[in-house]
Design a protein around this ligand. Structure first.
Ligand code: AVJ
Length: 325
């Protein structure tokens, strides 16, 4: 077994520079806004894991049910060729496991490449999976999937790019189109794209998932202020911000904010910026769009993908879409 190849497209200095740029730009804008990706550091990932266990937060359970129940069908829909799987935003690569097993059981798992900004996670996943899939080519990509899709591994077998967890819904409409175009551009004819997306449903179900009774989403949302305190030597008092999640039915989008409960001054020492907040002023902390299967399939087709299948859980809450480049 040879050591897994690691393609490093981003390092800590790049991540730090983009954090500073994003925060400076976002917090000096009107309205103030922060990028959603900043939430996922150590404590943030722990809070997110806790969120996935809340009864109201259906996304993780629903998508896991689809992948668990349908993995052999998905593997069969990919034809008979050996497949190299690349998972964008893999994290611990937990979501994709049932499909890796189904492909391996069919003798068709040629490779697995987790793609994530967190180098530590990529390395851990490779160490964990090497003994599980001794015959597969394992490698990793450390990068940002909004910038480094041109660095996908490019060997000769068929590739499947998986983008699960509903993260696609955190893009704006423009980011979504750009992402799909970049991805289509980096794939060859006959490669596959597997996309997990949260579907339009009863707004009460959606709103409850973003306002769970235990307050885990609220703490996860406020966590971004801890990240700024820690990384930029800021002095936010997170408990003085209220978590808000609004549903916009026109765009089928959850809009998350942090609302100042009193007037405040905040010093971002590392950026040399002093901020003021008036009572009720909000920081926009991200969106989560929900999709109608037909609309999503149309968008995939408009970008040059051929959509083949869509699987959902029993309640039709999460959709897993298979498209061919
Ligand atoms: C992990 C991207 C699906 O948008 O629902 C949940 C992230 N943020 N609550 C989502 C999230 C606040 C989540 N995804």
């Amino acid at each position: 077994m040879s050591a897994p190849e690691l393609r490093i497209c981003i390092d800590d200095a790049d991540l730090d520079a983009s954090l500073r740029l994003d925060v400076r730009r976002g917090l000096t804008s009107h309205p103030k806004h922060l990028p959603m990706r900043l939430h996922y550091d150590g404590r943030g990932s722990t809070l997110f894991a806790e969120l996935t266990r809340q009864p109201e937060y259906y996304q993780t359970r629903s998508e896991r049910a689809v992948l668990h129940d349908r993995a052999p069908e998905i593997a069969a829909a990919l034809g008979g060729d050996p497949i190299s799987v690349i998972e964008l935003g893999a994290g611990r690569a937990e979501k994709i496991r049932p499909l890796l097993s189904a492909l391996a059981d069919a003798g068709r798992l040629d490779g697995f490449w987790p793609f994530d900004v967190a180098e530590g996670e990529v390395r851990d996943v490779l160490l964990e999976l090497a003994p599980v899939y001794p015959d597969a080519h394992l490698g990793g990509i450390v990068g940002d999937f909004t910038r480094h899709l041109a660095h996908l591994p490019d060997h000769h077998d068929t590739r499947l790019v998986a983008f699960l967890g509903g993260t696609f819904g955190n893009f704006t409409g423009m980011e979504r189109s750009q992402f799909l175009r970049d991805l289509r551009e980096s794939l060859r004819a006959d490669d596959w794209f597997l996309l997990g997306a949260d579907l339009v449903k009863d707004p009460d179900v959606i709103l409850a998932a973003y306002n769970d009774a235990a307050g885990v989403t609220a703490e996860f949302n406020r966590h971004i202020l801890y990240v700024l305190n820690h990384r930029l030597d800021a002095d936010f008092e997170p408990d003085n911000f209220e978590h808000i999640a609004l549903w916009d039915s026109d765009t089928a989008t959850i809009d998350m904010r942090l609302r100042a409960m009193k007037p405040m001054k905040v010093d971002l020492a590392a950026l040399g910026i002093d901020l003021t907040f008036s009572v009720g002023e909000e920081i926009h902390t991200g969106i989560s769009t929900k999709f109608l299967p037909g609309e999503l399939e149309n968008q995939l087709q408009a970008t040059g993908f051929e959509t083949t299948r869509c699987w959902t859980d029993e309640r039709g809450y999460m959709g897993v879409f298979l498209a061919r480049a």
